[in-house]
Design a protein around this ligand. Structure first.
Ligand SMILES: [Zn+2]
Length: 192
């Protein structure tokens, strides 16, 4: 359905102009860029954080962008903090997920600026963390934490009567806390 003079790429039999809206693949057998991006995003968004398997990289806000440029899928991610060992694994998992979706040769780009912040975590992600028994990061908590006024609710009983036992918990992304009300220790996803 290409119009003349549009600068269409590809052969006349298989035009692939970028155009808005879903493209009925059965019509031509070709996959449009919009459809390709949607398929790539769906595959990539399901990749989970290896340290917290209930959270996807979309939940975390680590997944910044999925784009199609010149027919190539380009995925942009921002690590939760530079040097996080899970990030290499996440990049590998993204490549595998795209392979499984029939999208080889994707480019995976890591962007460090602007730096990831727990503010990017979705509400769905926070709810999943809590259900997993990990206290989600408080909104705007990074700033309050600087002054030692952080209040973290116990993910087991909801009590705010909690104390921090260790700056680093089971992984460097988490701190170990304890609830004074129910006496249970718990992980807190550290704000930064
Ligand atoms: Zn408790």
């Amino acid at each position: 359905m290409s119009r003349p003079g549009e600068g269409v790429e590809g052969s006349p039999d298989h035009p692939q102009p970028p155009r808005p809206g879903p493209i009925p693949a059965a019509e031509t057998g070709c996959v449009g860029e919009v459809d390709l991006r949607a398929r790539a995003y769906a595959a990539v968004a399901d990749v989970v954080d290896p340290e917290i398997p209930v959270l996807t990289i979309a939940d975390l806000g680590v997944l910044r962008d999925v784009a199609v440029e010149d027919g190539q899928v380009r995925v942009t991610i921002t690590p939760t903090y530079s040097g996080c060992p899970a990030m290499n694994m996440i990049a590998v998992e993204i490549g595998l997920a795209l392979d499984r979706a029939g999208i080889p040769d994707a480019a995976i780009r890591t962007v460090l600026h602007p730096a990831w912040t727990t503010e990017w975590m979705s509400e769905a992600g926070r709810a999943k963390l809590l259900a997993y028994g990990v206290a989600p990061p408080a909104r705007g908590g990074g700033r309050r934490a600087l002054f030692g006024e952080e209040v973290v609710a116990c993910p087991q009983c909801g009590s705010a009567d909690t104390e921090r036992l260790a700056e680093f918990g089971s992984t460097s992304c988490k701190a170990l806390w304890r609830c004074r009300a129910c006496r249970e220790p718990f992980d807190y996803f550290r704000c930064h």
